[in-house]
Design a protein around this ligand. Structure first.
Ligand code: NAP
Length: 338
C-alpha cells in the first residue's frame, strides 16, 4: 500500500494563506534518485514567485502548472532510501541539496514535505558540525554566490544572455555587494572576502553589525546614502537586490570592471556599460551536488557561515511566507521538521 506523509501544498496561486499542510502520497526514489527524510527546508525567492504565479513577469510568461504543487528547492535531511543505480549515498547519510532547479521547478514535488526525492547528482553530504536548519539555509543562496563569483560549473545555455557567465579574479580587488543582508548577499560578502577581496556591503541599517561580523570592510546604508554618490572605481559590483535603476552601479565601477546582476530583469544600461568598458553579466543558478560538496567544506571549516533570519515548523510554512512580505530579511528563513 502507498505510504503517506505530511507536506505543504499549493492548490492555486495566491498569498501565503494558500499554503496548506496536509496528507499526501510519499514519493519514492527513482533509479537515479535518493529519498530524503526532510529535517529542514529553506525559503528562496522562486518559492514565493511561484506561489504568486510569477505575477511580476509579463502575462505570456505566467506558468500553468498542474496543481497541487509542493514548493521548495532547498533541503537538509537524512537518506531514507536509494534508487538502484545510486552507489554514492547510503541510508542514514546526512545530506543537503538544491532540488531540481531550474528545469523542474514547476514539477511541484519540492522540499516543503516530510520526504523529497532528489537526483543523486544534486545531493551532497551535509557539512559536518552544521545542524540541519543551517545546512538547509545554504543551497540556493550559496550556489548562486558560488556560480557568480567562483565557478559557473556547467555548460547549460544562459537564459538571460547569449554568452556564458564567467567569474572574475577577486584577490586584491574591491567588490561591492548590494542586497548584502539577504540569502545570496551574505554569502557573496563571505566568498569575496575568502577570495581576498576588500568588500563594501550595501544594505539597510539593521544589517550593519551582522555584515561587519561576516567580514565586510565597509558598510553603506542605502536608505540614507545613494551608493553612486560615495563609491567610485570598484572592480566588481554584485547586485543581489535587483529592482529599479540597477544602471546606477555603472558609475561606481572602474573601466574594465564588471557588474554582476543576480536579478537582471529590467536592466537597461548595456550601451552605457559598453562605452565605459564594463562587463555586465548574469546567470541562472543550477543544481549541483559537486559544488555543494566543495562549498560545503567552507561551511565545515567555519570559513563561511549560514545566518538564519527566522525558523518556523514546516506546518507553519504560511507564516514563514508572511515573514517574507515584511521585508529586510537577514540571511535565511528556514522550515524545520525534526
Ligand atoms: N540568478 C539567479 O539564479 C538567482 C538565484 C537566487 C536569487 N536570485 C534573485 O536574487 C535576489 C536576491 O535573492 P535572495 O535569496 O538573496 O533574496 P532575499 O534573501 O530576500 O534578500 C534580498 C535582500 O535585498 C535587500 N534589499 C531590498 N531592497 C534593497 C535595495 N533597494 N537596495 C539594497 N538592498 C535591498 C533586502 O534587505 P534590506 O532591504 O533590509 O537591506 C534583503 O536583505 C532576488 O531577486 C532573487 O530572485 C537570482
Amino acid at each position: 500500500m502507498a505510504e503517506m506523509m505530511k507536506a505543504v501544498q499549493l492548490h492555486e496561486f495566491g498569498g501565503p494563506e494558500m499554503l496548506q499542510y496536509e496528507d499526501v502520497l510519499r514519493p519514492v526514489a527513482g533509479d537515479d534518485e535518493v529519498l530524503v527524510r526532510v529535517y529542514a527546508a529553506s525559503l528562496n525567492p522562486p518559492d514565493w514567485y511561484l506561489r504568486e504565479g510569477f505575477r511580476a513577469l509579463p502575462p505570456e510568461w505566467w506558468p500553468n502548472p498542474v496543481f497541487p504543487l509542493i514548493l521548495g528547492t532547498d533541503v537538509s535531511g537524512v537518506v531514507a532510501a536509494v534508487g538502484k543505480n545510486v552507489s554514492e549515498f547510503s541510508i542514514g547519510d546526512e545530506v543537503y541539496s538544491m532540488v531540481r532547479f531550474p528545469e523542474e521547478v514547476m514539477r511541484g514535488s519540492g522540499a516543503y514535505a516530510d520526504y523529497v526525492s532528489v537526483p543523486a547528482s544534486e545531493l551532497a553530504l551535509k557539512p559536518q558540525g552544521i545542524e540541519h536548519a543551517l545546512a538547509a539555509g545554504a543551497p540556493m543562496s550559496l550556489l548562486t554566490a558560488w556560480q557568480f563569483l567562483v565557478e559557473l560549473g556547467h555548460n547549460a545555455p544562459n537564459p538571460f544572455q547569449p554568452f556564458p557567465h564567467k567569474p572574475v579574479p577577486l584577490e586584491g580587488r574591491t567588490v561591492l555587494v548590494n542586497g548584502a543582508g539577504g540569502g545570496v548577499g551574505h554569502f557573496a560578502v563571505q566568498i569575496a572576502r575568502w577570495k581576498g577581496a576588500r568588500v563594501i556591503a550595501v544594505a539597510s541599517s539593521r544589517h550593519e553589525v551582522f555584515l561587519r561580523g561576516l567580514g565586510a570592510d565597509e558598510f553603506i546604508d542605502y536608505s540614507k546614502i545613494a551608493v553612486e554618490t560615495v563609491v567610485k572605481n570598484v572592480d566588481l559590483v554584485i547586485d543581489a537586490g535587483g529592482g529599479a535603476n540597477m544602471e546606477r552601479f555603472l558609475s561606481t565601477i572602474k573601466q574594465g570592471g564588471a557588474l554582476f546582476l543576480v536579478n537582471p530583469l529590467g536592466f537597461s544600461g548595456q550601451d552605457e556599460a559598453g562605452e565605459k568598458g564594463i562587463t555586465v553579466s548574469t546567470t541562472q543558478v543550477r543544481s549541483s551536488g559537486m559544488q555543494l560538496s566543495e562549498a560545503g567544506r567552507l561551511l565545515e571549516k567555519g570559513i563561511i557561515r549560514v545566518v538564519i533570519d527566522s525558523t518556523y515548523p514546516l506546518a507553519m510554512a504560511a507564516a514563514a511566507h508572511k515573514r517574507v512580505s515584511s521585508g529586510s530579511i537577514q540571511g535565511k528563513i528556514v522550515l524545520t521538521n525534526f
